[in-house]
Design a binder for this molecule. Structure first.
Ligand code: ATP
Ligand code: MG
Length: 274
């Protein structure tokens, strides 16, 4: 693990983390570990990003935090309390929400019914919470009777996020919220995620779109082969030459392209590689 000098947008967090994963080892098949000693801290109010290559174990880490993959060793704590391998429904009750990478809506149910599923543990709060959620996602209110299966990818993502928010979680786990969306919809998703974070929800977001993720998150983790490779503020990771070289190849290419565009077509000299 490596950290660069602190230039974080928020002060370096101190005190007790809201959620802490220590030396997590987890996997699906007997004898095959996908997580090989992962550490992660989420401090109150933070938005943290997890990036890394395909198959690094990012989704597995979120599933292990949410009780959907068995943790073989190591621990997960929420406000200091051990929640390792606690069941997902009990974690929802404790204030943890999870939006999976795939199949995250009930397609045959309407938007409103999907959100009702999100509050099934506290049905009496539904009406009040629905109005609050519709403030964040006005489209969902306007189209509450539409079946989720007929929505676009971006709209489904909204439904999935809204459903996870119905129980007023203190921690939200998001697995690739921008996946499969157009650039404009991706931007909306990132802005919405930041907005939800600013309402006081602490968020762990896994993202393929590493550049946008690191731009908006307070701190980032790079996972590789089920281990932490780098941890620092989002900005530090974005500018760390090793992280760029190893994990943000497209970012480096994007930066070069942007810099070249900024220079205009004048001299045609490409900027030096970072
Ligand atoms: N249900 C499963 N059963 C067995 N192996 C699995 C299962 N789900 C994932 N894996 C394996 O675990 C490893 C990590 O997968 P994971 O989905 O956590 O990666 P990821 O970092 O989220 O990748 P991506 O960026 O493609 O979403 C992969 O080798 C994958 O094949
Ligand atoms: Mg994944």
């Amino acid at each position: 693990m490596s950290t660069s000098p602190a230039t974080a947008t928020r002060p370096t967090p101190t005190g007790e983390p809201l959620l802490r994963a220590s030396e997590l080892v987890a996997g699906y098949l007997p004898g095959v570990n996908i997580l090989n000693g992962c550490d992660l801290d989420l401090y109150p109010g933070e938005l943290i990003g997890i990036i890394g290559p395909n198959g690094a174990g990012k989704s597995t880490l979120l599933k292990a935090l949410f009780g959907l993959v068995t943790v073989r060793s190591g621990s997960v704590t929420l406000e200091g309390r051990d929640i390792t391998n606690e069941r997902a429904d009990s974690l929802v009750h404790r204030g943890v929400g999870f939006v999976p990478q795939n199949n995250n809506v009930f397609p045959s149910l309407t938007i409103e019914e999907n959100l009702q599923m999100g509050s099934f543990q506290a049905p009496r709060t539904f009406a009040e919470r629905f109005e609050e959620i519709v403030d964040l996602f006005p489209t969902l209110g306007d189209r509450r009777r539409q079946r989720a299966g007929s929505l676009s990818g971006g709209e489904r993502q909204m439904v999935a996020m809204a459903r996870a928010l119905m129980m007023k979680p203190s921690v939200l786990l998001l697995d690739e919220p921008s996946a499969g969306l157009s650039p404009v919809r991706q931007d909306e998703t990132f802005l919405r995620t930041r907005r939800i974070n600013r309402t006081g929800v602490s968020i762990i977001m896994v993202e393929q779109n590493a550049r946008r993720c690191l731009q908006i998150c307070d701190r980032g983790y790079v996972l590789d082969q089920g281990r932490n490779a780098y941890t620092a503020s989002g900005r530090e990771l974005m500018n760390d030459p090793k992280v760029i070289e190893l994990y943000l190849g497209t970012l480096a290419a994007d930066q070069e392209k942007a810099a070249a565009q900024e220079k205009g077509s004048g001299d045609g000299v490409a900027p030096a590689a970072p």
